[in-house]
Every structure is written in structure tokens, then in C-alpha cells.
Ligand binder design. Structure first.
Ligand SMILES: *Cc1c(COP(=O)(O)O)cnc(C)c1O
Length: 391
């Protein structure tokens, strides 16, 4: 047998030759707009901290107070002795905010998605997923052991045709609320209608909708004014617009009790630090009550789109802070991102397999911490780095 390191090094070299090698930058500052990465100051256009809450003074204060009160580690899983009153209060507030019976905290969104899908379906059942769903949803579907099918992106009619062929057992329909690499919305009213008429159960992961969409920041579901009946399983994450860490599932009393019994990643993982739950409660209060954040963000999104359209950039159908510019070729995308970095802008190049082959892109994300001037400067830099031959 070959040495492990020899095999892995060969793979890594091939990866680099295809332009698909992934590297990390090292950030020396808090999350925000003016950040220091790899020792240099840059303007950040790739964070998911859409509302600027990750470094908000009140959120930091609550984290400190939470640590004073509860210490740092939660000590065990929720079902042993890790479930604190901070966690419990946050679950109740998340249930109220989403207009659902109950909410259940998870340590990450990835785990929440794997948990929900593999607890609800198994061998002999069906899972149907949007083709460009987040990796954690696709992985959850594969891990569940259920028969797995993808339907064309946001195509409720194709989903319905596919559902009519899935005879027999339980069927789960699973979709992002806001697609994480495209920024567009799932057609939730249509998906809910198809699920209802075929008896399938609908799971929506609104990692990028919460905090940003809807009058109270309730996400895609609030945006479309849908209820727990329409979308019985709602997943949200806390590390993006909410600015902290963790995730939750919201739904009926029966769903939450079932997950507590059956979701293995829930049962066998240490609970989040309670101080994180305290910080999240403060963050939720800020984003619910201060609608100026959503208003400002929408204004910035409009400004960016109008400017980008003027430059003839290939935008996607997105009304959210995720505003990808499609480049296509992997090397062009990487080169463009490097050139933007030289001009002081941090914009990530997203390549396959995260996005379909041939659709490499710059994933630009906007934050309420940006000002008009940041947007205008980015647009100038985008036009100056536009394709052309690579230097
Ligand atoms: C980020 C993301 C997740 C994962 O959430 P984490 O809390 O970061 O593990 C799940 N679903 C979608 C759509 C995401 O964008």
C-alpha cells in the first residue's frame, strides 16, 4: 500500500493544477467592514454578518455577562445536564419570533440540517431537494438512507411531477429559503402548495433569510406571510445575520419532542455555551426592534444593483444581501478576487463544487455597516478588474 502522505500530496497537486485549491486568510480584527486580513487593511464584502451584529457592543456585553453568570462551557449535552435557563429562554424567544409552537437549539446549522432530515426519513422513504441546496441539506438527505432526488432549481412544477412518481412511504421536500450562493428566494408559496397537495412534508432552511427578510426579520416565511401549517419544519442559523453562533429548528410541539428523542447529532453533542445563548437573545432583540437595519440594507442592495447593471455586470435574480457576479471560468474568478484584494476589497471567489461547473463567481455580500461610498468604490474596482486577459 502507498504511503498516506504520498497519496494525499498527489491529490493536492492535482487540485492546485485545476485552480481549485482552497486557502484560508487570517483575520487579525473583529468581524466588520474595515478588517485586517493577512496583515493588511481591506474593506470586507464577503461576510454573512449582514446586520453588523457580530461585533455589536450590546451583544458583546451580554456575552460577558453570560460568562460571568454561567462560566464558559455548558458541560454536557442538553439531555444530560447542559440545558440552562439561558438556552431555554432563547428557545422560547425563537418560537415566539417565528410564530411557531416550539424551537430547539442546535450547535450548528450543519448539524441541525443533518439531524432533521435523518430523523424524519430513512430507508424506503423519499427526499426531494432543490438542485443547488446547501451542502448540509444534501448531505442530510444522503445520510438519511432515503431515496434521494434533486429537482431543477426553484422549479415547483418539476418538483410536483417528481413527487407524483414517488409512490408509497414518507416524502420530504427540502429547500433553502434564500439560496446561499445565488441570493435568490425559493418559491415558498408554490413549494408549500405542492407539498400540501401531495402529502409531502416541507423543510425550509432559512440561514440567509432570518434577520434580513420580512417586516420583523422573520425571514423568507414572514416575507411570504406563511405559517407553521405551510412550512412545518423551519431551520434557522444564528451565525449569519444574527451575528452569534448556533442554529435552531422551529415547528410544532410534536416535531420538537420527536427531534429531542430521535435526532442523533442533537442527543450526542455538547450544548452551546450558555453565554452564546445570552448574546443571541440580545442580538434578536436588536434586530426585531430596529427595522432601520433592514431598510438601510435594502437601500444598499438597490444601489449596488443599479450600479452593477450600469456596468453591464452579470448579476443574479437576488433581492438579498447576497449579490453574486458570475464570472464562469474558475481561474478568472480567482484572478479577479486577487485583483480586488490588491485594491483593498475582500471578495471571495466561489468555485465548483460549491457551485455548478462553469458558474464560478464573485460572491459579494452587503452589510448594514457599508455606506454608499463603499458600494461606489467597489463598483469602480469591479469595473477596473473586469475580465480582459490575465496579466
Ligand atoms: C451556513 C449555512 C448552514 C450551516 O450553518 P452553520 O451554523 O454555519 O453550520 C446551513 N444552511 C445554509 C443554507 C447555510 O448557508
Amino acid at each position: 500500500m502507498q504511503e498516506m502522505d504520498t497519496v494525499l500530496s498527489t491529490w493536492l497537486r492535482e487540485r492546485a493544477a485545476e485552480g481549485l485549491y482552497r486557502n484560508r486568510t487570517i483575520r487579525q480584527s473583529p468581524q466588520g467592514i474595515d478588517v485586517i486580513v493577512d496583515g493588511r487593511p481591506v474593506v470586507n464584502f464577503c461576510s454573512n454578518d449582514y446586520l453588523g451584529l457580530a461585533n455589536h457592543p450590546e451583544v458583546i456585553e451580554s456575552l460577558k455577562a453570560g460568562a460571568e453568570r454561567y462560566g464558559v462551557g455548558s458541560g454536557s449535552a442538553h439531555l444530560v445536564c447542559g440545558h440552562s435557563d439561558a438556552h431555554h429562554a432563547l428557545e422560547e424567544e425563537l418560537a415566539a419570533w417565528t410564530g411557531r409552537d416550539r424551537a430547539l437549539l442546535f450547535s450548528t446549522g450543519y448539524m441541525a440540517n443533518i439531524s432533521v432530515i435523518s430523523a424524519l426519513v430513512g430507508r424506503g422513504d423519499w427526499v426531494l431537494e432543490d438542485r443547488v441546496n446547501h451542502a448540509s441539506l444534501l448531505d442530510g438527505g444522503l445520510l438519511s438512507g432515503a431515496r434521494f432526488r434533486r429537482y431543477p432549481h426553484v422549479d415547483a412544477a418539476a418538483l410536483e411531477r417528481s413527487l407524483r412518481q414517488c409512490g408509497g412511504r414518507r416524502t420530504l421536500v427540502v429547500s433553502d429559503g434564500v439560496f446561499s450562493m445565488d441570493g435568490d428566494l425559493a418559491p415558498l408559496p408554490e413549494l408549500a402548495g405542492v407539498a400540501r397537495s401531495t402529502g409531502a412534508w416541507l423543510v425550509i432552511d432559512d440561514a440567509h433569510g432570518f434577520g434580513v427578510l420580512g417586516e420583523n426579520g422573520g425571514g423568507t416565511v414572514e416575507h411570504y406571510r406563511l405559517t407553521q401549517k405551510d412550512v412545518p419544519v423551519l431551520v434557522g442559523t444564528l451565525g449569519k445575520a444574527i451575528g452569534t453562533f448556533g442554529a435552531f429548528v422551529a415547528g410544532s410541539h410534536a416535531l420538537i419532542e420527536f427531534l429531542i428523542q430521535r435526532a442523533r447529532p442533537y442527543v450526542y453533542t455538547t450544548a452551546l455555551p450558555p453565554a452564546i445563548a445570552e448574546a443571541t437573545r440580545t442580538s434578536l432583540g436588536l434586530l426585531r426592534n430596529d427595522s432601520w437595519r433592514r431598510l438601510k440594507l435594502n437601500r444598499l442592495i438597490q444601489r449596488f444593483r443599479a450600479g452593477a447593471a450600469g456596468l453591464g455586470l452579470a448579476l443574479m435574480d437576488s433581492c438579498t444581501p447576497i449579490q453574486p457576479v458570475i464570472v464562469g471560468d474558475v481561474r478568472q474568478a480567482t484572478e479577479r478576487s486577487a485583483r480586488l484584494l490588491e485594491r483593498g476589497f475582500l471578495v471571495s471567489a466561489i468555485r465548483p463544487p460549491t457551485v455548478p461547473a462553469g458558474s464560478a463567481r464573485l460572491r459579494i455580500t452587503l452589510s448594514v455597516l457599508h455606506d454608499d461610498e463603499h458600494i461606489d468604490r467597489l463598483l469602480v474596482a469591479l469595473s477596473e478588474t473586469a475580465c480582459g486577459p490575465i496579466a
